[in-house]
Structure formats: C-alpha cells, structure tokens
Design a protein around this ligand. Sequence first.
Ligand code: FAD
Length: 414
Amino acid sequence: MRLHNGRTFWQTTKTLKPVFVKRDIAPRYDAVIVGGGMSGALCAYTLAQEGLSVAILDKGEMGAGSTLANTGLLQFSNDIMLHQLMRQIGTEPAVRFYRRCREAVEQLAQIAGSLDESCGLIRRSSLYYASSDHDIGALQQEYEALSRYGFGPEYWTRRKITEQYPFSKPAALVTHGDAEVNPYLLNRGILEFLNRKGVHIFEHTEAGESADTGKHVELHTSAGVFRASHLIYATGYAAPPFLHDAGADLNRSYAIATTPVQNLSAWRNRVLIWETRRPYFYLRTTTDGRIIAGGLDEDKPETPHSIERIASRARRLLEEIRKLFPMLQVEAEYAWGAVFGESADNLPVIGRHPSRDRIYYLLGYGGNGTVYSMLGSHIIRETILGRQSLEGTLLQPGRLHQAAPGGIMWRRGG
Ligand SMILES: Cc1cc2nc3c(=O)[nH]c(=O)nc-3n(C[C@H](O)[C@H](O)[C@H](O)COP(=O)(O)OP(=O)(O)OC[C@H]3O[C@@H](n4cnc5c(N)ncnc54)[C@H](O)[C@@H]3O)c2cc1C
C-alpha cells in the first residue's frame, strides 16, 4: 500500500541520511520489531532502555512511511473529547487514558531533548475552537471535564478570541502542555541514537511468515531468520499479520507546508490550532516560519493518486489559512495526500495478541498517532515485563472485533 503521494516537507529537512550498516543477525533477541517508523523507533528505544536486546527492521527506509506524512502536532487532547470518552468507557479509564497521553507528550519532549541533533520539538499550547455555535455546549462540557481532572484548560469567549487573534469564533478551549515536532528528524534521531547503543537496525528487510516454536518466535525475512522472545508489529496502516480485522478504518487526508511567512506576530504564541468540526482543519507553524495545515479528509481507503487532486486540496487548505490570518501572504511550497487510519472507538490498538503470547501490536490509529506510539511503547514494555495496566486492557488487540456498534461515539471524517 502506498502511504503518501506528493511532496512532503520533512523529506527536505535531512540532507545527510545516516547509513545503517548491514550487520549479521544475532542468534536470538529479546525483542524484534517490524516497522521502523515512529512507533517502531519509540518501541525499540523504550525496550532498549530496559536493557533488552532489540532488533528493528523495515522493508524500506525507516521513517519514510506515514511518519513522513505526519504534520507533527503532539497533543494530549484526542479526536474524541474527554467527556465523550468518559461516556464511552467510563470516567476512570477515560481520565487515566488522557493522563497517559499527557505523560506521553512529556516523554517525547524528554527523548527529543536527549538527541544529538534538534528535531524541532517546541512546547506549545493548543487552541481548539468551536466551528459553529452548535458546538459551544460540547466545548463547555469539555472545559468542565478537563478542569475537574486537573488538565488546566482555559475557556475563551468570542470576545477573548478576537482580542488575541485576527479571527472570530464562537468559543475556544486553550490547553497547555502540547508540542510541535519534525517527526522525521525525531524518528531518524532516535534510530541514530539506538544504532550507537547497539540496537540492530535492518533497513530494506521485509518481514514474512512467523511461527512460535515454543522456545521463541521465528520471523522469516528477506535478510534471513530472526529469533526472538517477543515479536512486535509496528507496521502502521498496513494490515498486521494474525489479526483478521485489526479495526483500522482507512481514509485519506491532505496537508501543505507553505513557503516561510514574513511576519507571524499575529499568530500569538504560535499555538497549535484545530476545531470541533469533523473532519477538522488544523494548523501549526515550523521553526523556519512556515505554516503546516491539514485536513479535508475523504472516506477513501487509499492515498490519492492524482497530483492535480492534491494541488486542488492544497488551494483549499490555503483558503482556510487565509480565512484565519487574512494578513499573511501564504503560498503552498509542499503538498501531499496520505492514507490515514483510525479505529471505530477512536482508540489505538496496542498490546499482546489475544491468543499468541509472543506477538504484540503497536498500531497508533488516530490523529494523535505519535502520542499513541509513545504511550504504546510503554504499554508494550509493561506487558512484556508482566505489568499489564488498565490502559493496556482498554487498548487490547481484538477488542474492536467484538465491540458492539452501540459503543461507538463518532468518527473523524465519518
Ligand atoms: C496526513 C497525516 C497527518 C498526520 N498528522 C499527525 C499529527 O499531527 N500528529 C500525530 O501524532 N500523528 C499524525 N499522523 C499520524 C502519524 O503519522 C502516524 O500515527 C505515525 O506516522 C504512525 O507511525 P508508524 O510507525 O506506526 O507507521 P509508519 O511510519 O508507516 O511505519 C510503519 C513501517 O512499517 C514498515 N512495514 C510494514 N510492513 C512491513 C513488513 N512486512 N516488513 C517490514 N517492514 C514493514 C513500513 O515500511 C513502514 O516504514 C498523521 C498522519 C497522516 C497521514
């Protein structure tokens, strides 16, 4: 499956790609991870920090999958609002899940800060505006839920928004503790770090069949056979082995990066901006003064093939930017379209296979994919170490197969 098409911005930000020298496969690993995007890299990092021997492999170049299409907003607020998630799964699990997402943003910031080269991770607040008067009630309920459980949001009226920004919206929530990042540089930076720490990295190595021998799992690949105590599939939006229906609902989305903009002073604090409408429009800035904007999701389970279509969506995204910031001169320098996966209950699929003890999945379906990759790495570590958490149970692979349709709240783009 082609994961993106068009010109992504991040691929231009790394001129010297590190070469991961081909090495011999060790007789056995504690963990082998299939997929070297953000999920696989973070999982390898987390397991290696625990002292496990780890190999990570990818059929292509690591980070060139959906990680390259990622617009790099790191937010603890999810596509499903906290008060809605509380109704869906109960108050305690929902609050714990949100807290773990907030911790995951912190953990990502710590990892980014420990790398040799900057990956443009900058802490930001988020502005989540009501797209219409109709959504004010939902924002008020969300404000109450986030306040009650210690997430410290601010509720902004139309007046406050127009005092601070050049646009007018019925209401907004401002939340703190989020971040923006260059996901490709973060991914490659982690891999470089792991390479130096002795993690075995195999690019251009395709995983095939695997089997549990009783003593270990054997994974057949284009480079040979890997043996491991634990096998983790971090294969992104590709259908993962052994799960008949992982629960991914594939659609597609569009994004642009503008040329550097002269004066961004009207964009106070360079907040991450998104909205209550579904599918939502969202935007952020970059360290070199560009604007990255995305949205316009379409209910088609494949990457857009047509460059003309990507260009027409880029024009619409530019119009949306101009509606918010009419004084900015914006031109799209990069535009891409990509397949995007989300789950029916708005939660990622993370954890051990329901019946195959050595097989795990780290599938960060949803708009908070990177935050889920971080959270999921910790859940995989906890599971391997025999410390299954409440959040881990909540995200278990196989659950969507059994889920009653009545439990579904709403879907982004649906
Ligand atoms: C347009 C767009 C915007 C997004 N914006 C955001 C955002 O702002 N914030 C956010 O948090 N998330 C965002 N996401 C989601 C985010 O991109 C994903 O959650 C994240 O990239 C997933 O990383 P991954 O490692 O799971 O997948 P990938 O990066 O796709 O990595 C999976 C890897 O597995 C490899 N693989 C698959 N099968 C095999 C096999 N058999 N053998 C070997 N290797 C294999 C692939 O080659 C690939 O490199 C966005 C996604 C899109 C499409």
